[in-house]
Design a protein around this ligand. Structure first.
Ligand code: FCB
Length: 455
């Protein structure tokens, strides 16, 4: 058990600390300055799709509060800020004409970060595909792969010289499975075959974008961000263990195997049968194009039971407001496994955090549970580092309370509280804790003899 006041000593001075957001969840300005419609703008209009019937039209109004939010980011003392570009804001139809006002916004964002000494970590695709591309078949259509490569090249041409990292996709599993198989996220389709094809196109577009960017002279580190988790069997029964193996295949190996070994896992291909994706010659080699980093988003473990009877909470572990178990050791377990089973490049935790029911009282939010969650998960990263995993950084999800997709505005992940009526931002206790933690980091960094990683 780590003493939280000493936690910072367990990381080397070049470890990157950050906070993360995504465009659709915070920007608002949904129809301003030439922005095109995204599949999430459209999906929010489907009756019943969003728990509180809300949308991203205003969100945190970040588009109009950029300077204030940049100051807020800088005040935390983070090394890095992870954000995403809204594809339809910069290229409204997803192909063809670029929107100078949209590009100008991200240029001000990147320059504003650099002016404040914060490294820009850019994600190209955090789910808000241009609706115009969806109208032509979206990620299920192979042509979208090439549209994405053009988009990546266009963003890079404008901003690439100032970025610290470029991520192609955020959580392709979510886009594929939640968006095209379960239908609970945009674009709301329900077809296992379509979802499988989508996952293949996402991976292919990632690999081809890496190749095109490097051919265009890009020297910025390139990678992808996956949502991964250890999958535990609910009981020791053979049926539950088989179910855990399959879930692991579909969530973890379906992405890790092609990216690092150039093939899909045989057991999942067999499970999918005729729903397996159509793969063209050369695709698998393109997908396995070497990456400079791998990003991992971790919130909790998953538990598999063959009859679907397992319920979070039954194990007695604390739950977040999403109903997710607080399970920090799962992060160490996951990172060790990635390092053991695949030839991974430097790893980042690109998202980690928790929703709790916060209360703003007299200008303060005493979110003790979130402080404990973050401290425990940062300690879990330190445990992985101490056991030889090449960890490069950690980012809190999220900077701000924001639009939590199908949950709308009811779930709060921010270390900064947002009053949506006034757009007033208030640093929660967790934000103060992270800021103070980072300050101790910096003091150690500036000290004459910094201690080595894993100490
Ligand atoms: C991740 C998403 C992120 C946020 C968190 C809670 O799956 O990448 O946008 O919604 O979950």
């Amino acid at each position: 058990m780590t003493d939280p006041t000493d936690l910072h000593r367990r990381f080397s001075s070049d470890f990157v600390w950050g906070v993360a957001t995504s465009a659709f969840q915070i920007e608002g300005a949904a129809r301003e300055d030439g922005k095109g419609e995204s599949i999430w703008d459209r999906f929010c209009r489907v009756p019943g799709a969003i728990a509180d019937a809300s949308n991203g039209d205003v969100a945190c109004d970040h588009y109009h509060r950029l300077q204030e939010d940049l100051d807020l980011i800088a005040s935390l003392g983070v090394d890095a800020y992870r954000f995403s570009v809204s594809w339809p804001r910069v290229q409204p139809a997803g192909q063809g004409a670029w929107n100078p006002l949209g590009l100008g916004f991200y240029e001000r964002l990147v320059d504003g970060l650099l002016a404040r000494g914060v490294k820009p970590y850019l994600t190209l695709d955090h789910w808000d595909l241009p609706q115009a591309l969806q109208d032509h078949g979206g990620w299920a259509r192979r042509d979208t792969v090439h549209r994405f490569v053009d988009y990546a090249l266009g963003v890079h041409a404008r901003l690439g010289d100032r970025l610290a990292a470029i991520t192609t996709h955020n959580e392709p599993w979510v886009i594929s499975t939640a968006g095209h198989e379960n239908g609970v996220f945009a674009p709301g389709l329900k077809s296992r075959a379509t979802a499988a094809q989508v996952s293949h196109h996402l991976l292919l577009s990632h690999g081809l974008a890496l190749q095109a960017l490097r051919a265009a002279g890009c020297r910025t580190p390139l990678g992808i961000v996956l949502n991964l988790a250890p999958i535990h069997a609910a009981t020791a029964s053979e049926a539950d263990r088989a179910s855990a193996r399959l879930d692991d295949g579909r969530l973890v190996r379906w992405y890790m195997d092609p990216l690092f070994n150039g093939r899909y896992p045989a057991d999942v291909l067999e499970f999918l049968g005729t729903d397996a994706p159509r793969i063209e010659a050369g695709d698998m080699a393109s997908i396995a194009t070497p990456m400079d980093f791998l990003g991992v988003n971790y919130y909790s473990r998953h538990v598999a039971s063959a009859d679907g009877s397992w319920r979070a909470g039954g194990s007695g572990l604390a739950l977040t407001d999403m109903g997710w178990e607080v399970y920090p050791s799962g992060l160490t377990e996951l990172l060790l496994r990635l390092h053991r089973d695949w030839p991974v490049p430097p790893l980042y935790v690109k998202e980690n955090g928790a929703a709790f029911r916060d209360e703003l009282v007299n200008g303060q939010v005493h979110d003790r549970e979130r402080v404990a969650y973050l401290a425990a998960h940062i300690a879990a990263v330190a445990d992985a580092l101490a056991q030889g995993v090449p960890m490069a950084g950690y980012m809190v999800w999220s900077l701000l309370d924001n639009f939590e997709w199908a949950s709308g505005y009811a779930k709060h992940f921010g270390i900064v509280h947002v009053d949506y009526a006034t757009q007033r931002r208030t640093l929660k206790d967790s934000g103060c804790w992270y800021r103070d933690f980072l300050q101790r980091q910096r003091q150690q960094r500036d000290a004459p003899a910094p201690r080595a990683a894993g100490v």
